[in-house]
Design a protein around this ligand. Structure first.
Ligand code: 56B
Length: 412
């Protein structure tokens, strides 16, 4: 090396110290790690397994029924109790709802004595009791969706919250104190970091669903839904994910519900979907675990069996989603090839078929893209919502084949 040439190692050290040559540009896409953790749990589960044939068959049934019902993000707003206005008040409502969206099940054997909310002349239970209680409070001019109210210990006392959730029976809503603490904590974090408004969290996530989930889990302890499994930390983030999903569905992918990576949201690991997946013949419990569930025995939060139920359910919905993706592409390819034009395929028609095929293949490889002109756009969120609503119909008609598992926790 001649004298006037600089030593390359020295140059590299200098460049690194000056931060030169570092790849700038957009940050790497956010990821919640929930799906890969679910795969890890599924691969290492002992008491919970999946039946491949049952899962494949269920995927076809679910796909057909979702098409028949024209199931889409619009279905969210068609529920009587869900808020209808597409504005900030609905964003606040959804945040409040998903801060408290957990553990409604009652251990009371007599159905008539179980906690329920009377609203609009009906008795609501489960998730709908939460939505009814919030709607009723707003109609009574209690600002239950306002973070300032959550912070004000003189205005929002435990007794005021007890009044908001007053039951039509003698049984109180489960975990009332924990619900109050969720609101208090959210009020504090929003006040300290987001100028008192959840809208600023949505802006900070910059239209990334995964980034918003991670922001919620990082900044709000009551959304940090994680567990330890086989020596590893695993994430579920159920209420953080369903909050993003509720925004996306309510606003139909626009405005406060616009996310460019919504397909990174997984199924929400609650206590209803595992029950439905078992009823559909997808999710299998070991005999000891099934016996615990059928005898309504408590399954401890964070226990190996509880984590296996939650993780395997998430993975099962992913397999169902992949199978539905395959069925959709197959059906699009068939219709593209058997369309009337294809019989009299002239040059221009051949181009159209090639374009249709290209679209179908492209969607297959880019499921995250919003497929142009696809008849029914399906992702894990819509499959999950559909299964939850289907399970509630079965429960209403007394057709539950197995009880849901009993875990008392603020996570779901
Ligand atoms: N995975 C999943 N879990 C869901 C829901 C919903 C309601 N979502 C609405 C929004 C769109 C849909 O169309 C639904 O109409 C509540 N839950 C959870 O279930 C439990 C309540 O059960 P039960 O006590 O029986 O009501 C509790 O952990 C609650 O957090 C869902 O969709 N998916």
């Amino acid at each position: 090396m001649s004298d006037d040439e600089a030593d390359p190692e020295l140059v590299e050290l200098l460049r690194q110290s000056l931060g030169l040559g570092k790849k700038t540009g957009p940050p790497p896409p956010a990821d919640t790690k929930v799906l890969q953790n679910a795969r890890f749990i599924f691969d290492n589960s002992i008491d919970v397994a999946l039946d491949p044939r049952g899962t494949k068959a269920a995927a076809r049934t679910i796909w057909q029924q979702m098409q028949q019902k024209n199931y889409s993000a619009k279905s969210w707003s068609e529920h009587d109790l869900h808020p209808k206005s597409k504005d900030e008040s609905t964003v606040d409502f959804i945040l409040t709802m998903d801060l408290l969206n957990f553990s409604f099940w009652s251990a009371e054997p007599d159905e008539q004595k179980r906690f329920s909310i009377e609203y609009r002349g009906q008795k609501w239970t489960g998730y709908w009791s939460l939505v009814a209680a919030l709607q009723r409070a707003l109609e009574e001019d209690i600002p239950i969706t306002s973070p300032d109210f959550w912070l004000d210990e003189d205005a929002l006392t435990e007794d005021v919250l007890r009044h908001v959730f007053r039951s039509a029976t003698d049984e109180e809503i489960p975990l009332l104190e924990e619900r109050l603490e969720c609101l208090r904590e959210a009020g504090r974090v929003l006040d300290e970091k987001y100028d008192g408004s959840f809208i600023n969290c949505i802006y900070d996530a910059n239209q990334s669903a995964a980034a918003l989930v991670n922001l919620l889990a990082d900044d709000f302890a009551c959304f940090r839904d994680e567990a330890s499994f086989d020596g590893r930390r695993v994430r579920f983030y159920k209420r953080a994910q369903i909050l993003v999903a509720d925004l996306w569905a309510c606003f139909e992918g626009e405005s406060f519900g616009e996310f460019n990576d919504i397909d990174k949201i997984t199924m929400f690991a609650d206590y209803r979907i595992p029950q439905m997946l078992n009823q559909l013949g997808c999710l299998l419990y070991s005999p000891p675990l099934e016996s615990l569930i059928r005898r309504l025995q408590p399954i401890e939060v964070g226990s190996k069996r509880e984590v296996e139920i939650r993780g395997t359910s998430i993975w099962c919905i992913e397999l169902i989603r992949q199978e539905i993706e395959r069925l959709q592409s197959e059906s699009e390819l068939q219709s593209a090839n058997s369309s009337p034009q294809s019989e009299a395929a002239g040059e221009q028609d051949k181009e159209k078929d090639e374009k249709d095929t290209a679209v179908a293949v492209a969607v297959l490889h880019n499921p995250g893209e919003k497929p142009h002109g696809r008849k029914s756009y399906i992702n894990a969120i819509l499959i999950d919502f559909f299964l939850y609503d289907s399970m509630k119909e079965l429960e209403r008609d007394g057709q539950e084949a197995i009880p849901h598992h009993r875990t008392r926790s603020i996570w779901y």
